[in-house]
Design a protein around this ligand. Structure first.
Ligand code: SF4
Length: 213
């Protein structure tokens, strides 16, 4: 049985999959409490379902086969691994959004991981498990930095250099209403940084406070 916050179908708003129709399975609960968290509602369980019941629910969105498992922090619930297997057996392309603080070793290769490295502005700059770098696949998985201010930007830049991540898929995302996207864009351009800047497309389309979209 998995504890959930919501299941919905929309346009993917982040990562290199942004813009594609996608099913979202948001699991409940998080081990962090980031200062800028925009999904605080996911901390509490809204309903619980067996993995097969989740599959039955998302089948109504057929033929969409792109599914994102997010949270909260999805890896806190052991049964998520059963869900990965079930979705993979049913030919879903699986994206996993995870906050970087939980060991990724057991996440199967067929899952595309989008892994946060929390910057100082989140309040959790030490939360990233460095050994997770071994489990992030070059060319497939994505590493995401959410940037609050210039300090976060410089910190992220140093982190990339220190861990030699330049060739990985790196996402830089400004904290909505805290950092102007133009500022972040200018910094990236000035530094010729090999990162992909992303805005939360779903918030641009539907508005920042709409849920389930
Ligand atoms: S890890 Fe994600 S869900 Fe958890 S508190 Fe931080 S932003 Fe919110």
């Amino acid at each position: 049985m998995l504890n959930l916050s919501e299941i919905f179908y929309s346009i993917q708003g982040e990562s290199t999959y942004a813009g594609l129709p996608c099913i979202f399975i948001r699991l409940a609960g998080c081990n962090l409490k980031c200062k800028y968290c925009d999904t605080k509602y996911s901390y509490d369980t809204k309903f619980s379902l067996e993995t097969q019941e989740i599959l039955n629910k998302i089948k109504i969105y057929s033929p969409v086969k792109l599914v994102e498992i997010t949270g909260g922090e999805p890896l806190l619930q052991e049964e998520v691994y059963t869900l990965f297997e079930l979705l993979n057996n049913n030919n879903y392309k699986i994206l996993l959004e995870t906050n970087g603080s939980i060991n990724l070793q057991k996440v199967p290769q067929y899952v595309t991981k989008i892994v946060d490295v929390k910057c100082p502005g989140s309040g959790y700059e030490d939360s990233f498990l460095k050994e997770n770098l071994k489990h992030i696949s070059f060319g497939k998985d994505e590493i995401k930095f959410v940037i609050l201010d210039r300090h976060d930007y410089d910190w992220a830049k140093d982190f990339i250099k220190k861990h030699d991540l330049q060739k990985y898929i790196i996402l830089f995302s400004p904290v909505l209403e805290k950092l102007e996207s133009q500022k972040l864009a200018k910094w990236i351009i000035e530094d010729k940084l090999p990162v992909r800047m992303q805005l939360q497309l779903h918030k641009i389309i539907w508005g920042k406070d709409r849920r389930g979209v």
